[in-house]
Design a binder for this molecule. Structure first.
Ligand code: SAM
Length: 350
């Protein structure tokens, strides 16, 4: 008479055990969903080989990564497209605006491709543009405008320096908000762009819509370096380049101020931490983009921004000239395809 009871309690125990196992494997998978987005592409590929469920989670992370290089930190997703080989995306840490190296050194990893809701546009790692106390040549404090809308160009004091290579905008201590039309470059990428793979040039940034002449395309965001550090890194990248295919993205911009009295030099490295501008390839004919130094009133540092130098068609590659100097005799081969192509990419001592 007691036997059935023992069987029943055994069955109960087994059932309970099954439920517990199911719950713990669900909790394990949920943990993996949280952890795996923090891995680099190489780490993710290694992990995906270890089990079927890890392979499945890795695949969905890869899919989400390739659908938006900006990790939802721009206004529109910027997808990778590749029909040239089997790379689904390029791995790097995304920043929508330039950052200081002290911040960059703490920024070792970034979650990318998780299934959870995104943090929303412009939320990832933007360098806070804190108002600073700047003074002019007479020692007078430089503060922002107090316009309500800045519609009247003549009255707003924030547009003093506009020229072909430099521009000024309203800034952090102005009375107007981010929607002010004189903060054109402070709202992130607002055009449809995509990153397309080429067998010879690697990834490149393309227009995914028509872009009229003179439109703001994107900032060149990355780590803002001292000239000494830029030189050190360029030497390191050159060394690595000679051994394997490495795409470095260190941009040095020298700009004379309209007064002619001073020259600004900016070194921005987007190799490890950057934005979509790190995918813009070189063209010997100058391409279809021009750079401008944009200074926002009362912001300490100017930013390098790209504007379209002519009308750009949908599906056209975006490009600019990396420079005129070619110091290296064995420079990298250029595949810009322009009629005035020099055959090698520009190279100079930084
Ligand atoms: C700033 S990155 C541009 C994005 C890069 N193509 C990638 O895949 O990440 C600069 C590198 O792109 C490649 N590149 C850029 N323009 C090129 C061109 N016209 N011809 C061949 N390679 C080019 C070179 O490897 C160069 O070092």
């Amino acid at each position: 008479m007691r036997q059935p009871e023992t069987k029943k309690s055994c069955q109960n125990n087994e059932g309970q055990q099954e439920v517990e196992e199911l719950n713990s494997s669900r909790a394990f998978l949920q943990c993996l969903e949280l952890i795996l987005p923090w891995l680099t592409s190489q780490e993710l590929a290694n992990v995906s080989l270890t089990s079927k469920s890890l392979n499945q989670i890795s695949k969905s992370i890869t899919h989400r990564r390739s659908s938006d290089a900006s990790r939802s930190s721009e206004n529109l997703p910027i997808p990778f497209q590749n029909t040239a080989d089997d790379r689904p995306y390029a791995y790097f840490i995304y920043t929508p605006s330039q950052i200081l190296p002290s911040f960059a050194s703490q920024f070792r990893r970034q979650s990318w491709g998780s299934g959870g809701s995104s943090a929303g546009p412009n939320s990832a790692g933007r360098l806070c543009v804190e108002p600073v106390s700047l003074v002019d040549e007479l020692g007078e404090s430089v503060s922002g405008c107090d316009c309500q809308s800045c519609e009247d160009d003549d009255r707003c004091p924030c547009i003093g320096l506009n020229g072909s290579d430099v521009a000024s905008e309203c800034g952090p201590s102005c009375g107007c908000g981010l929607e002010c039309r004189k903060r054109l470059t402070q709202r992130g990428v607002s055009l449809r762009l995509k990153i397309v793979r080429d067998r010879r040039k690697g990834w490149g940034l393309f227009a995914d819509q028509f872009i009229g002449k003179g439109q703001f395309v994107c900032e060149y965001a990355g780590e803002l370096l001292t000239t000494k550090e830029a030189t050190r890194r360029q030497e390191m990248y050159d060394e690595r380049l000679s051994g394997a295919h490495l795409s470095s993205a260190l941009l040095v911009l020298r700009e004379h101020l309209p007064s002619g009295k001073a020259c600004i030099r900016m070194n921005i490295d987007a190799t490890r931490i950057g934005n979509v501008a790190r995918f813009i390839n070189h063209s010997c004919d100058g391409g279809n983009l021009s750079t401008k130094l944009v200074r926002s009133t009362a912001a300490l540092l100017p930013r390098i921004c790209f504007f379209s130098s002519r009308d750009i068609k949908e599906n056209e590659e975006l490009s600019f000239s990396y420079g005129e100097t070619r110091l290296r005799s064995n420079g990298l081969q250029c595949f810009c395809g322009s009629s005035c192509c020099f055959g090698t990419l520009p190279s100079e001592h930084t």
